[in-house]
Design a protein around this ligand. Structure first.
Ligand code: AMP
Ligand code: GLY
Length: 425
């Protein structure tokens, strides 16, 4: 069977790497991919939201399965587009239709959904430019810190934690009036700040049955000890020791099952991964956000722990057999360290040749922002450049291996956090 993966990050390299190991996968294509996906699959130069060209490609190249890595294509309706074409109806698309993708595409939609189905989450209210004055008085009466979220997709940058009223009202003005996040900020969710520790939980679901994947913790801030600006993610650890059996049972009973029930009640079809961003407050799980795809860099930490053939898992999704499906999970700990370009998440340079890739050590080197130059050398081509994953019997062992590789693989101004997993040791 031929597979098409949509995206170009470390997540998509990990997906391609994992699917390559399946005897059922014949040709694997990645649109648009990176220098790493080119090593395990064939890159095709089509943008992730150019559905017309993607559909023609799928038809011409006999694609049977489309795995959508990133959210923009899902929120823009790639699954709906494929479904509406008679000649592509047989294609299994891993990723929800537009209606399900709203769980990530609109914070207001996902908060309403959680409220309607009693799924534990922070208290909130939503405002627009027309209700700006109400928003200001809401902020005047609110406890601090408070969280402001642009409603739409903002590449992980649309969330601001404001420490006081001045900061909050300035951000509100920036979002609603100055359109700091463009149209994504035309609605703003204002919510209660939850103080706790975060964990990313993943399921694969057909909207009724589901398989729970390994959980992970990601490290979003650029600076050590979780300081500085938010990034797409600087590293990940899986498993997460505090997400023990008791906690995960609460997650399944109070969050996962009511979420699936809610999707059914509201007649929202859903086929794909659901990523539930949770925060643990006094041993209780609360939902921070839903994402309708796998996390990046969490994928680079969790896929190496899944021993099961991913293709078979996707087939079970297609055949409605997920509840009978048993995942075989490697009990070892995976530590993923992201190598980034100096200056990221602000301005950074691209085009630097990366050295040390020939003998990276005992790690999996998943490429994120990389490309090949005309001499065939691998060079940096984005802010987050490469995710290095090591497995170890213990977290410190995994970290030692990942860090040794992070020291070796380098280029001008490359940076990485040396304290990934610091709060789990
Ligand atoms: P989101 O894009 O909704 O995942 O938010 C990005 C990050 O902001 C989260 O990973 C949290 O670290 C933080 N955050 C979001 N909502 C809250 C909240 N209600 N309380 C505390 N932190 C939050
Ligand atoms: N690592 C967080 C995300 O993928 O959204």
């Amino acid at each position: 069977m031929n597979v098409l993966i949509i995206g170009s990050g470390g997540r998509e390299h990990a997906l391609a790497w994992k699917l390559r190991q399946s005897e059922y996968a014949e040709r694997i294509y990645v649109a648009p991919g990176n220098a790493g996906t080119a090593q395990v699959a064939t890159n095709i130069d089509i943008a992730t939201t150019d559905f017309e060209v993607l559909a023609k490609f799928a038809d011409d190249y006999d694609i049977m399965m489309v795995v959508v890595g990133q959210e923009a294509a899902l929120v823009a309706g790639i699954h709906d587009y494929f479904k509406k074409l008679e000649y592509l109806r047989h294609v299994l698309v891993v990723g929800p239709c537009k209606d399900g993708a709203q769980l990530e595409g609109s914070k207001d939609f996902s908060k309403q959904f959680m409220q309607k189905f009693n799924i534990p989450t922070a208290r909130y209210a939503t405002f627009t430019e027309a209700t700006y004055t109400e928003a200001i008085s809401y902020l005047q009466d609110h406890r601090y810190p408070v969280v402001l979220k642009a409603d739409g997709l903002a590449a992980g940058k649309g969330v601001v934690i404001a420490q006081n009223f001045e900061e909050a009202s300035d951000q509100l003005n920036g979002m609603l009036h100055l359109r700091r996040f463009g149209e994504a900020g035309s609605k703003v969710v204002i919510e209660e700040f939850l103080d706790g520790i975060e964990v990313s939980v993943f399921i694969l679901t057909d909207g009724k049955e589901y398989v729970l994947l390994p959980e992970a913790k990601d490290y979003k801030r650029i600076g050590e000890a979780d300081t500085g600006l938010n990034t797409g993610g600087m590293g990940a650890i899986s498993p997460v020791p505090f997400a023990d059996a008791i906690f995960m049972q609460k997650v399944e009973e109070r969050i996962i099952k009511p979420t699936l029930q809610g999707l059914q009640t509201d007649k929202i079809s859903y086929t794909g991964f659901l990523f539930i961003g949770l925060i643990k407050v006094n041993d209780e799980p609360y939902v921070i956000e839903y994402n309708v795809r796998l996390g990046d860099p969490e994928t680079e930490a969790i896929l190496p722990r899944i021993k099961t053939d991913l293709f078979e898992l996707f087939r079970a999704l297609h055949d409605g057999e997920l509840s009978r499906f048993k995942l075989d999970i490697d009990p070892r700990t995976a530590a993923t360290i992201m190598l980034v370009a100096g200056g990221y998440p602000g301005d950074f340079e691209k085009g630097d040749v990366i050295s040390g890739l020939d003998e990276p050590g005992d790690v999996l080197a998943f490429h994120a922002g990389t490309a090949q130059n005309e001499k065939g050398q691998i060079m940096s081509n984005g802010g987050r450049v490469m995710a290095l994953t090591a497995l170890g019997d213990t977290l410190p062992e995994a970290l030692v291996k990942a860090t040794a590789a992070a020291e070796k693989i380098t280029w001008r101004n490359r940076y990485y956090r040396k304290d990934i997993g610091f709060d789990l040791k």
